[in-house]
Ligand binder design. Structure first.
Ligand SMILES: *Cc1c(COP(=O)(O)O)cnc(C)c1O
Length: 453
């Protein structure tokens, strides 16, 4: 590209684009990084500089960029048709995609409702649970509320924000949101009960149980991210937590919604987060990695029981009145089918453990850095929490933007990552090589050291 073309792109980027989750005043002061191409786990900018895609293009990419099988599947589909509506019609890739999803999700999840982002998959899950109780013969119309966790994240649309628990993102919208029943999350590094695991005896679950005793009669569903709360700071839950939440939901007849948008498709080392503890939720939401990170697609997968609660004659008005314009889009579904086939053909899940162990080994030195308070890993999801003081766990002043400084330093050394406040996140594509993991860890380690010392 010519210097002039690049200059024009850089100028128009800040002139016309309002970037997501970005303070534009600060963004405009830094030179934008504009991606031009990618291959495998490497992306290239307009100057031809190469970077490792250290957070898998915001937790979406699975097999690397320009994976031939997915590229071909999309191209083949373009030559057939790119989009026709799913409202009243069906199409070939969406059927194949639903078939594959039912095959790979936990036993008993047999009905797939498609949409196009993680947030919409969550809205759908919430509305399904609510409407089920309003009208199903085995529902209970008094159950109109939702239980959720502190530090939870389920997307940015208002229903998803209502069940979110990150004050920084969610507090300002409070007047617009519906009320929820909030249980403390098992954020062991900063335990809300000032206890430590395992001697705490799961006090957080004790609290959840008390909340359910009090509120189950008015609670439609509980929504949570299984195993890892992603956007809340890669908060890895202690072993046994998820399974016990399932038991509580069973005991109090509360619909369990597992938001697998972040953890699904191999991120925890298993295909789905729930599999780590043999849990079958009543509703599962999927997004991010579903197309291998290629195209926007999401799915809400549920049981026959919930589905049957919506059956009736048209004038019973039990229809699920919900559907987005691009629901079931053929290009997105063909990418998802190709991605799921790759999981099977390349036996991807079984090949992950060795890389996960290697990753864990390379993360070990971080704990000795003066300003690293906690290193959390679940499979390919890693959070390194930086603190001003390790003894008191005091945070850095927000204005110092330590996390941001660290990732900008890493960028200068050829690694793209994105922090969550002062938690440095590493979440490479599953296709990452050991050499690349090594590089990610080295650059991150040096960047943290340089910025915090
Ligand atoms: C990213 C995310 C969402 C929202 O997905 P979008 O595609 O950004 O709308 C929902 N839930 C979880 C757990 C997520 O990580």
């Amino acid at each position: 590209m010519s210097r002039k073309e690049i200059d024009a792109l850089e100028k128009d980027d800040v002139r016309y684009i309002w970037h997501p989750f970005t303070q534009m005043k600060e963004y405009a002061e830094e030179k934008p990084l504009i991606i031009k191409e990618g291959r495998g786990c490497i992306v290239k900018d307009t100057y031809g500089r190469e970077y490792i895609d250290g957070v898998a293009s915001l937790w979406t990419n699975v097999h690397g960029h320009r994976k031939p099988e997915i590229d071909e599947a999309i191209k083949r589909q373009v030559d057939m048709i790119s989009h026709s509506t799913l409202l009243g019609l069906s199409n070939i890739p969406v059927i194949e995609c639903a078939r594959e999803l039912v095959k790979i999700t936990p036993e008993g999840l047999n009905k797939v409702f498609f949409s196009d982002s993680g947030s919409t998959s969550v809205e759908i899950a919430l509305k399904m649970a609510f409407q089920f109780h309003r009208q199903a013969p085995d529902g209970d119309p008094k159950r109109t509320k939702f239980m959720c966790l502190t530090n939870g994240y389920h997307g940015d649309t208002l229903g998803a924000v209502s069940v979110g628990g990150i004050d920084l993102f969610h507090e300002i919208y409070r007047p617009l949101l519906f009320d929820t029943i909030k249980a403390e999350s098992p954020y062991c590094y900063r335990c809300p009960f000032s206890l430590s695991f395992p001697s705490c005896g799961f006090e957080c679950l004790g609290q959840m149980e008390r909340l359910m005793e009090e509120h189950a009669h008015e609670t439609a569903a509980l929504i949570m991210e299984p195993m890892v709360q992603g956007a809340g700071g890669i908060i890895v839950h202690p072993a046994g937590y998820l399974k016990r939440v399932r038991e509580l939901c069973d005991r109090f007849d509360i619909i369990m919604i597992a938001d697998e948008v972040a953890v699904g498709f191999g991120k925890t080392g298993r295909m789905f987060g729930c599999e780590n503890e043999g849990v079958r939720p009543d509703i599962m939401t999927l997004g991010k990695g579903i197309t291998g990170g290629y195209l926007p697609l999401a799915a809400t997968v549920t049981t026959e029981r919930i589905y049957n609660g919506f059956l009736g004659n048209y004038d019973d008005f039990k229809t699920f009145f919900h559907g987005h314009t691009f629901t079931g889009n053929q290009l997105a579904c063909s990418a998802a089918v190709a991605s799921m086939k790759l999981f099977e053909e390349e036996d991807i899940i079984n090949g992950l453990q060795e890389k996960i162990d290697f990753f864990a080994d390379r993360l070990r030195p971080f704990s000795s850095l003066d300003h690293v308070g906690d290193v959390r890993q679940c499979g390919f999801m890693v959070g390194i929490e930086l603190v001003a003081d390790r003894d008191t766990k005091e945070m850095f002043p927000a204005g110092e933007r330590i996390g941001h400084q660290v990732i900008m330093e890493a960028r200068r050394h050829g690694l793209i990552i994105r922090p969550l406040g002062d938690v440095i996140v590493l979440m490479p594509p599953l296709a990452i090589s050991k050499e690349e993991i090594e590089k990610i860890c080295t650059i991150t380690y040096e960047s943290i050291r340089k910025i915090t010392e």
